[in-house]
Design a protein around this ligand. Structure first.
Ligand code: PMP
Length: 390
């Protein structure tokens, strides 16, 4: 028989289908709240000014494109640690980090490290980013689901969340969104982080934080505060980081994985293992995007320009959140949430009707990208969805 005859067709990516339909729609006032990238008021996802300048410098002055190593651009990772972890944790001799191809690569490398270390089960929230399950399963881990989102309140059901972790065994891993939860927009308060830390310690669970939107919620430091509290409190943890949103470098695939070990000696073995695993996954991560981030973070002026542009993106998202939340009581929680996403309490039939009748595009889950709106169409958007909100 044929080797590939046993393979089944796979369902198409749901978001790609939404993109295609939106593109083909001739209605001039169509709205795309489907795709998960930042958009400015004109609907564009521009290259950031600081990135353009860093690219110009690289083009003019980059001395070589000879291989780096499996760790990628280590200076990138070390400078980024200052942004993600803050100065104290960045100096910890128990934390080691390497560059990865995007946040996805960081999650996958972390998954492989967990599997190699003997971890069996990772817990993810309901709902979570749809790629979390496949990433961990492909590495051989068992994926289980804990409670998280309460659709009634469009908030976190903290009691259900924490008590569902009682079903986890010591040594199980728990995947946490550092900020700007995808798809719900929810965020743990500082008190909730504290109680989560206590639960993880009590049950002896290993946190794996996914920080993919730092700076797009409440600001760079605020968005990392929970992650830092957590790392300071537990012996072992992983942090997968993506620069693809906060530097708008999406297709360049820029990320990092940091692993915190109980002792510096264990950390050395962890690092060796990460590098061995990276070699067989991708040998080395792509250089360009990480080099751009390094050039920005090495230069005070460029770094200030990047921060200002990121702050403006964050402010635009939060302005739209305030506008949308004020229009309908069922949307009020959108103002308390953060980041690009919110999960509308509507069903797939309503999503379909919005597309047919109002040229509004989103995936069947009802997840919307707030940045897909603008100050001129947010009222029309809210009026269109209002009949479905109950
Ligand atoms: N984690 C979450 C929660 C995400 O939403 C995404 C991107 N959609 C990623 C990780 C992966 O990011 P990257 O594009 O850098 O692989």
């Amino acid at each position: 028989g044929q080797l590939f005859g046993a393979l089944d067709r796979q369902p198409p990516d749901a978001l790609l289908a939404v993109i295609g339909m939106h593109r083909a729609d001739p209605r001039p006032d169509k709205i795309d709240v489907g795709v998960g990238v930042y958009r400015d008021a004109s609907g564009a996802t521009p290259v950031m000014r600081a990135v353009k300048q860093a690219e110009a410098r690289l083009l003019a002055a980059q001395p070589s494109k000879a291989y780096l190593g499996a760790e990628g651009d280590q200076r990138f990772t070390d400078l980024l640690a200052g942004i993600a972890l803050g100065p104290e944790l960045a100096a910890s001799d128990r934390i080691t980090g390497v560059q990865t191809p995007g946040g996805t690569g960081a999650l996958r490398l972390g998954a492989e490290l967990l599997a190699r270390s003997g971890a069996g089960t990772i817990w993810v929230g309901t709902p979570t980013w749809p790629n979390h399950g496949p990433i961990f399963r492909e590495a051989g881990l068992t994926v289980r689901h804990h409670a998280y989102f309460d659709a009634e309140t469009a908030g976190i059901d903290e009691q259900a969340f924490l008590s569902s972790l009682d079903a986890a065994a010591p040594g199980d891993v728990v995947l946490l969104h550092g900020c700007c939860h995808n798809p719900t927009g929810t965020a743990l308060s500082p008190d909730q982080w504290q109680r989560l830390v206590a639960k993880l310690a009590e049950r002896r669970l290993i946190p794996f934080v996914d920080l993919a939107y730092q700076g797009l919620g409440r600001g760079l430091d605020a968005d990392a505060a929970g992650t830092r509290t957590l790392l300071a409190a537990v012996p072992e943890a992983l942090l997968a980081y993506s620069c693809d949103k906060n530097f708008a470098l999406y297709r360049e695939r820029v990320g990092a994985l940091w692993v915190q070990s109980a002792t510096p000696e264990t950390g050395a073995a962890v690092r060796d293992t990460m590098l061995v695993l990276a070699r067989s996954l991708w040998s080395m991560p792509p250089d360009h995007g990480a080099a751009v981030v390094r050039v920005i973070l090495e230069d005070d002026d460029l770094a200030a320009e990047w921060r200002a542009e990121l702050d403006a993106m964050c402010a635009r998202i939060n302005r739209l959140r305030t506008l949308l939340a004020a229009i309908h009581p069922a949307l009020a929680s959108i103002a308390d949430q953060q980041g690009l996403f919110a999960l509308l309490p509507i069903d797939a039939a309503a999503v379909e009707a919005l597309r047919a009748q109002h040229a509004i595009y989103m995936p069947a889950s009802g997840r919307i990208n707030i940045a897909g709106l603008n100050e001129d169409n947010v009222a029309r958007f809210a009026a269109a969805i209002a009949p479905y909100l109950g």
